[in-house]
Design a protein around this ligand. Structure first.
Ligand SMILES: C[S@@+](CC[C@H](N)C(=O)[O-])C[C@H]1O[C@@H](n2cnc3c(N)ncnc32)[C@H](O)[C@@H]1O
Length: 265
């Protein structure tokens, strides 16, 4: 039996299910349903995760002028993928997708077969040195020019004992001055809004063996030493909302994820 036909619940496919995609199997949907029971508004949360990723990528390419992005934990292809957003603004923008899931890698390679600006590398966030040494990534990214590092919806799958802060530091240390880091992370807001958080975290842990929500302060600490862009580390829809971005005050589920973007001085 290969990794492709073993129907174990899988992070990328559970997320695809929650986004309304079709690249998922019964075990993924079972974990997804448990998350839906714990957090009935989770679909709004995952859609807003994609929406803030779009806003950040637009900012990094259109405003900050970046022409190369590394997206670690890229996930299954969906609507408005990072390379599509970036290359709509500047077609030459180079994008390296990195994921440790063979299913994700095979879908992404199929999608990108004919695109030279965008490549897909196998890599595990918990081994940043190996990601940085990947020959495809090194061929594609010029480490003398600023890079946008995207860590969207992935650091909460790195447990405390795996030293996520050290991992972020090792990656940032490899980037030149003028680079940017984006983090999206599931959080425990620590008030009445977190009723479903513990159950959702438990469903993730039970289903895929990992999942660790952190506090807003812990997420902010990942960006220590960098220049935090306005409005700082905030809930997802508070980060430079568009006219159609829903208000966090009206949707408690939106308090369960924080984002921040910072520049390396
Ligand atoms: C929830 S999806 C997020 C997808 C996309 N970044 C987004 O925010 O819409 C998380 C992705 O991270 C990947 N992932 C989880 N742990 C990882 C690790 N240690 N190294 C590399 N990828 C990982 C999963 O395979 C999955 O594709």
């Amino acid at each position: 039996m290969t990794e492709f036909d073993t129907p174990q619940p899988n992070i990328a496919r559970i997320y695809d299910y929650l986004l309304g995609g079709k690249d998922n199997y019964a075990p993924d949907r079972e974990v997804g349903s448990r998350i839906e029971q714990a957090l009935p508004a989770v679909h709004l949360g995952v859609r807003q995760q994609r929406a803030v990723l779009r806003r950040v990528v637009r900012h990094l390419v259109a405003e900050a002028g970046l022409r190369q992005l590394i997206d670690i934990g890229s996930g299954l292809p969906t609507a408005d993928n990072v390379h599509q957003i970036a290359q709509q603004i500047e077609p030459d923008t180079r994008v390296v997708y990195v994921d440790n899931d063979p299913v994700v890698l095979s879908h992404a390679r199929a999608l990108l077969a004919d695109r030279k600006e965008t490549v897909v590398a196998v890599g595990d966030l918990r081994d940043p040195a190996a990601i940085l040494a990947d020959p495809l990534l090194r061929e594609h990214i010029d480490f003398d020019q600023p890079v946008g590092l995207l860590l969207c919806g992935i650091l909460h799958y790195v447990l405390d004992e795996e030293q996520p802060a050290l991992i972020v530091k090792q990656l940032v240390d490899a980037l030149p001055s003028g680079s940017y880091v984006f983090i999206h992370h599931l959080i425990t807001p620590g008030d009445s809004a977190d009723e479903g958080t513990t159950a959702a975290e438990a469903a993730l842990r039970q289903g895929v063996g990992r999942g660790q929500f952190r506090s807003l302060a812990e997420v902010a600490a990942f960006l220590d030493g960098l220049e935090l862009l306005e409005p700082g580390v905030v809930t997802v829809t508070e980060w430079r909302p568009d006219a159609d971005t829903p208000a966090v005050t009206e949707h408690p589920v939106l308090r369960l994820a924080a984002v921040g973007v910072a520049r390396k001085p």
